[in-house]
Every structure is written in C-alpha cells, then in structure tokens.
Design a binder for this molecule. Structure first.
Ligand SMILES: [Zn+2]
Ligand SMILES: [Zn+2]
Length: 310
C-alpha cells in the first residue's frame, strides 16, 4: 500500500546544505574552500547563502565553477530586511536566486524581499526562528514562504537556539502548508558544520530539479539517521529507518504515538490507536515523524496532511 511522499517518488535522495557562509560575507573560508569541505564530507550539493546586505556588497555567490558530475550547487543568499517583532532584521534563506538579484530597496520589508525572491524562482525558508525569537505573527508575515528552518546547527552549537519546530507546528495547526528544513548555517569559526541537512528526492542532481523538489516538499531533514519509508496502508502507519532508539509521530496536539527500543529500524502504528491518541485527522489535519538515534541525533519527515494521503 502507498508509500507517502517523498518515499513513493522516483529517483534517489541527494544530501545537501542550503545555509552556509563564506568570505563573501562573515564566514572565514573562501567560497571554494567551503564547497570543497562539503564535497569532502560526502554531500551531493550545497548552497552558499552569504548575507545579502550592502556591507558585503550584496553577494549572490556564483558557485557554478565548483559543479561537477557528482556534485552541484544552488545559487542563493540569506536575505535581510527590517523587521521582526523583536525589532531585528529578518533572516530569510532564498535558494535559487538569479546572480543579478537586485539589492534590497530602502523601505523593502522582509515580506516584500521574500516575495521578490519567490517571484524570481527561489525556494523561501524562514531562518532560525528560535535564534531570532520569531513569534507566530512573524511566522504569518512571510506569506510566500515554502518552509521553516526547523534545525540550524550553528545556532544550536553557539547559542543553544537551533530549534524551529515550535513555530512551524503552530503555523501548521493554523492550516499553513509549510515544509521543514535543517541546515548548518556554517561560518567555520566553531564546529558549526555537517550537523543538519536535507535529503532531497529527485531523479537527477540538477539544481533546477532539486529546487523543484524542495518547493514541492520532496525531502526530509536529518542530523544523521536515514528515513527509508513512511507508509500508510489503511490500518497502519509504518516507518522504516536506519537504527534508532525512538520513532515518534507528532501532530497538532500534545499527544503522540511513540515506539522506543535499542537500534530499532521500523515501527507500525495502528491507526485506531492513533485515533485514541488524537492523532487522526478529525483531531489534527497533519502529522509528522521524528526518529532519534542513541546519540540523540534526529531525522524529521516533512508534515504530512491527511487530506493529501487518505
Ligand atoms: Zn541568519
Ligand atoms: Zn546564516
């Protein structure tokens, strides 16, 4: 019975990082060194997302020369504009920008520059909600966003504020269909790299194909564990993954369904039991799956909407 997206789609998973800085802004490694670091660490693609502000002369890193048969890059940047509820600059990951993306206008807001990037073809992600102390109103404000950064490794390592699910879960419960991406936000000043990434399901390692897959939510996020399958067979929800100690189903309520053990690689949840646990559609229109390994590393599915799968 049906595997759910992206596990039911043709192609393979490609590992990538969408949020990293170089000497084009406040990172300490040259662009080539950053890209080489990700190549050497086994990534299939990455994006330099340097800070798109006047102080750094509005960089959109041209990484095309670093592409090869088995490694590619996405062109993008981290966009900034006033102003969040906390009175700080917005940080917005825009993946898939033209190299000549115009500098921010003097009065351009976070929502406006995001929309302009969206219209230029970018995948738009609200960056590090916890680090930025974003409120639910902030989450609502970026109406064209595709996704929320649910894990930012640099913010986790340096600031203990790596988490973004608190914001995304609330937006989902309001009915906003956003997806969830993990990143590094590496600057290479601290051990802020290779800690969070996306696994994108696509038929080729082509930047445009990857971008379409990201916009369509055909990916999951990880700090290490692999998700192999999530399947809905009418009576059961089944999850298959690399060895983990916890497989949990999270929804729009505080209830959950969880299986724990040592190095378990699958779990099946009876949908009737889920209903008693309030996970079924009449109580929450969406759910998601998290797996946690013995070292505390997680992989997260994107939100799954009942009306899209059953
Ligand atoms: Zn940022
Ligand atoms: Zn950043």
């Amino acid at each position: 019975m049906p595997l759910l997206s992206p596990f039911n789609l043709p192609g393979r998973f490609w590992r990538g990082n969408l949020h990293t800085h170089s000497t084009l802004s406040d990172g300490i490694l040259e662009p080539r060194a950053v890209v080489d670091a990700y190549k050497d660490a086994g990534y299939d693609f990455m994006m330099l997302s340097d800070h798109f502000i006047g102080n750094f002369d509005w960089p959109v890193a041209d990484t095309r020369a670093f592409r090869s048969n088995n490694f590619t890059t996405i062109i993008g940047a981290e966009l900034h504009a006033p102003e969040t509820s906390a009175g700080e600059l917005w940080h917005i990951v825009a993946a898939g920008l033209p190299l000549d993306f115009a500098p921010a206008g003097k009065h351009e807001t976070g929502e406006q520059i995001s929309r302009r990037a969206h219209e230029a073809g970018a995948f738009i992600g609200i960056a590090h909600p916890s680090w930025s102390q974003l409120t639910i109103e902030d989450g609502r404000a970026i109406g064209c966003a595709h996704a929320v950064e649910i894990y930012n490794h640099g913010c986790a390592i340096e600031n203990d504020r790596g988490e973004g699910w608190y914001l995304l879960d609330q937006l989902l419960t309001e009915g906003t269909r956003l997806t969830a991406f993990a990143t590094d936000d590496a600057h290479f000043k601290t051990p802020d790299h290779f800690g969070g990434w996306v696994q994108v399901k696509a038929q080729s390692l082509d930047p445009d194909v990857l971008l379409e897959a990201l916009k369509s939510g055909h990916y999951y996020s990880s700090q290490g564990p692999l998700l192999h399958d999530i399947e809905l067979n009418g009576k059961e929800l089944s999850v298959a993954c690399s060895p983990v100690d916890t497989i949990t189903v999270v929804c729009g309520h505080s209830r959950t369904c969880v299986r724990t053990g040592k190095a378990i690689t699958e779990a099946s949840f009876d949908l009737k039991a889920l209903e008693k646990g309030w996970l079924l559609k009449k109580h929450s229109p969406w759910f998601r799956v998290t797996v946690i390994d013995h070292a505390g590393k997680r992989a997260w599915s994107n939100p799954i909407w009942w009306d899209e799968v059953a």
